[in-house]
Design a protein around this ligand. Structure first.
Ligand SMILES: NC(=O)c1ccc[n+]([C@@H]2O[C@H](COP(=O)([O-])OP(=O)(O)OC[C@H]3O[C@@H](n4cnc5c(N)ncnc54)[C@H](O)[C@@H]3O)[C@@H](O)[C@H]2O)c1
Length: 370
């Protein structure tokens, strides 16, 4: 993800215009300065360090990109805020809900500094088009959401133990790594979550490590039923052990007048059905959809994963320049954390989420209750 941020920083002005970010200092693992220097040379950073605190405190640095294991998110983000920097932080926000609350509280005390979380999938043209279709009422009132985000990066039991599998390194498991992305899209389509009932599973109890086997501490998969504040219903599933699934961030919204289907593995298309039509119509991304045209004037020539991050960088740069606030910032990110942690804690019992659970929806259903 560090490379993804570096590419975005290098590309954002070429794609969208505006001031050129200066790439001041790149930091990598403590004790491996040579690695940091090699990466800095590759990506065009002026300097390299293996000491993240010095990078964060560097007076030449205005914005800090944080793309490290989740256990470092809170200390790095808080140090950056304290040092007066803007913060671009990868998801999930933190290891625990208490950490996320503390970070959101601290960001609230630094209102002049921009925070943004790396929910890049919300930036693809197809997703932005889907939000607009829902907002414009093309499928009527959203009644139901069916969503999954499955990958297979841990499906092989021989896959070695990894920081993602611990409370101290990863925090939540599949919910924090993948489910939060699905949630970031779901909430923009469906609105706030009022209640969740979820089950989690550790499918592979331990993993090979150089010093023997190590225990897997967090969930490999999760399943949830959702009641939205609007009265709509949802199902939500995520897994990091789903053989064959690479980036199956896939959902459909069933509305009173139609259905929209999206699948990130085919991220340049949306399938839309309106009541009365014989089947689904394929909508291919093109320059008439948000942000596509800044990359390419030709429809169907496809937008990519790294391009999403360039759009995210554009949103961050605009907010720093005094434009529209970034979404999701730490306050909005906390609302995402509340729901995924509620899912992790549910163990089959309904958990209520009082008040706004997350960012504003595209369309708040009125009247029509599923
Ligand atoms: N938005 C997305 O689509 C997306 C995708 C993948 C990962 N991520 C997030 O990005 C973050 C990193 O994930 P990854 O897959 O790149 O992990 P990774 O393990 O591949 O890379 C982590 C990097 O952090 C460096 N690092 C570790 N400790 C450090 C320290 N003390 N100081 C400086 N550098 C240190 C490591 O050397 C490594 O280069 C995670 O929070 C993850 O959830 C987001």
């Amino acid at each position: 993800m560090g490379k993804c941020h570096a590419l975005a920083w290098r590309t954002v002005t070429a794609v969208f215009g505006g001031a050129h970010p200066q790439l001041e200092v790149l930091c990598d693992t403590p004790g491996d300065r040579a690695q940091a220097q090699a990466q800095a040379a590759q990506f065009g950073f002026a300097r390299a360090t293996d000491d993240w605190r010095s990078a964060v405190l560097d007076p030449a640095v205005d914005v800090v990109s944080i793309t490290v294991p989740n256990g470092l998110h809170r200390p790095m983000a808080e140090a950056a805020l304290k040092a007066g920097k803007h913060v671009w932080l990868e998801k999930p926000m933190a290891l625990t809900l208490a950490d996320a609350e503390a970070m959101a509280e601290m960001a609230g005390r630094h209102p002049g500094q921009v925070t943004i979380l790396g929910y890049n999938y919300t930036r693809s043209p197809a997703f932005q088009a889907a939000v607009a279709l829902v907002k414009d009422g093309v499928i009527g009132t959203p009644r139901a959401f069916r969503g999954v985000y499955d990958e297979d990066y841990s499906a092989d039991p021989a896959q070695p133990w990894h920081w993602r599998m611990t409370h101290e390194g990863g925090g939540l498991g599949a919910l924090g790594d993948l489910g939060c992305h699905l949630f970031s899209q779901m909430v923009q389509l469906m609105g706030d979550v009022a209640e969740v009932t979820a089950l989690t599973q550790i499918a592979i109890a331990d993993r090979p490590a150089p010093d023997g086997k190590r225990v897997v501490e967090n969930e490999d998969s999760a399943l949830a039923l959702i009641r939205f504040a609007s009265g709509a219903q949802g199902s939500f599933a995520t897994s990091r052990v789903a053989h064959g699934r690479k980036c199956r961030l896939q959902w459909e919204v069933h509305g009173s007048d139609g259905t929209i289907i999206f699948d990130q593995e085919n991220m340049n298309e949306l399938w839309v059905h309106r009541a009365g039509e014989a089947g689904f119509t394929r909508h291919l991304t093109g320059p008439d959809q948000p942000d596509f045209g800044a990359f390419c004037p030709a429809p169907g020539h496809n937008f990519g994963f790294n391009d999403q991050k360039v759009v995210e960088a554009r949103d961050l740069c605009r907010a720093i320049a005094g434009g529209a606030p970034c979404r999701p910032d730490f306050a909005e990110g906390l609302r995402i954390e509340r729901v995924i942690h509620a899912m992790a804690a549910s163990q089959g019992r309904p958990v209520s989420l009082p008040g706004r659970s997350a960012c504003q929806s595209a369309r708040q259903p009125e009247g029509d209750r599923a």
